[in-house]
Design a protein around this ligand. Structure first.
Ligand SMILES: Cc1cc2nc3c(=O)[nH]c(=O)nc-3n(C[C@H](O)[C@H](O)[C@H](O)COP(=O)(O)OP(=O)(O)OC[C@H]3O[C@@H](n4cnc5c(N)ncnc54)[C@H](O)[C@@H]3O)c2cc1C
Ligand code: FES
Length: 255
């Protein structure tokens, strides 16, 4: 883990209350999918944890939603502003555990870390399909970026304005071969990776009978394993989301 100064290269609104932040630094950056950064914001005591959506040779791309004072302050920061980041933090996803075909399932901005994961899976020669869920059309983000990588993307919206009306589980049932459900299930995915609201991830883990990984969010103090503020109970005992997670095997999560 390092503490490094980054400079804002761009900070643009891309969807409803949602911003894409590109940060660059001196020297090289190495982050794996599922890892996050912890951003120090001037005037705020606690850092803000944000998943890395893409890793550049000299920077990171983040997507964040304005939900409170800290993210509102971030949304008002101009290019050139310097920010101090802790990175890389947390365990990442495990793309190497996918045999052939991965299903990525994002809810809202849970799509963000799945973009870097898709790049890693494709680079390893795996087939990738994505299902993304949003409340409404103006919240959709990262779908076109994933399609630009060659990933088929199925959308679910709660209001039915785009794609399947309903939950990501409805879009999965409508568009994908569920493993074990049909003779042609050889073409089905053999592993899933999900990030988004807890009820969505619980529904996904219940519906899909293949191995899966879940990225959890928890309020954080130090972000680096010292304060135990992010401790949760898992099937393997108490774990700190910031260092033991945020990515956990689906069997480990006690819903
Ligand atoms: C591992 C991890 C990855 C995340 N990745 C993203 C991402 O890619 N994009 C994104 O928009 N958000 C992400 N979040 C959530 C993000 O950290 C919060 O939305 C953000 O900290 C809210 O700050 P605020 O000052 O605007 O809100 P406030 O509610 O004013 O924040 C008050 C305090 O609560 C903490 N907090 C509030 N909501 C959350 C939350 N959901 N999770 C953890 N801490 C929270 C804040 O960090 C701050 O310390 C992630 C959280 C975690 C733990
Ligand atoms: S936030 Fe301090 S141990 Fe996880």
């Amino acid at each position: 883990m390092q503490k490094r100064i980054f400079r804002i290269a761009s900070n643009e609104g891309v969807a409803r209350d949602t911003f894409r932040l590109v940060l660059r630094t001196e020297g090289t950056v190495a982050v794996r999918s599922g890892q996050f950064v912890d951003i120090a914001l001037p005037g705020f005591y606690l850092r803000r944890p944000i998943s890395v959506s893409d890793c550049l040779p000299d920077g990171v791309v983040l997507y964040y939603k304005v939900v409170g004072e800290g993210t509102r302050a971030m949304s008002e920061m101009a290019p050139g502003t310097e920010l101090e980041l802790l990175l890389p933090l947390g365990s990442g996803f495990h793309p190497e555990k996918c045999r052939e075909h991965a299903l990525l399932i994002g809810g809202g901005l849970g799509a963000a870390p799945l973009y870097l994961l898709a790049k890693e899976l494709l680079a390893a020669g795996k087939q990738v399909t994505a299902v993304l869920g949003f409340n409404r059309a103006d919240e959709i983000c990262l779908a076109e970026e994933l399609r630009a990588l060659g990933v088929p993307v199925h959308i679910a919206t709660m209001d039915g304005s785009v794609g399947t009306k309903g939950f990501v589980t409805d879009a999965i049932a409508a568009n994908l071969v569920i493993p074990g459900s049909a003779p042609e299930s050889r073409s089905a995915f053999d592993r899933f990776y999900t990030c988004g609201p807890l009820p969505m991830m619980k529904a996904v883990c219940t519906a899909l009978d293949v191995p899966g990984e879940v990225s959890l969010e928890e309020r954080m103090g130090c972000g680096a394993g010292f304060c135990y503020g992010c401790s949760i109970q898992t099937a393997r005992g108490p774990k700190r989301v910031c260092v033991d997670g945020p990515v956990f095997d689906k069997e480990d999560v006690l819903w």
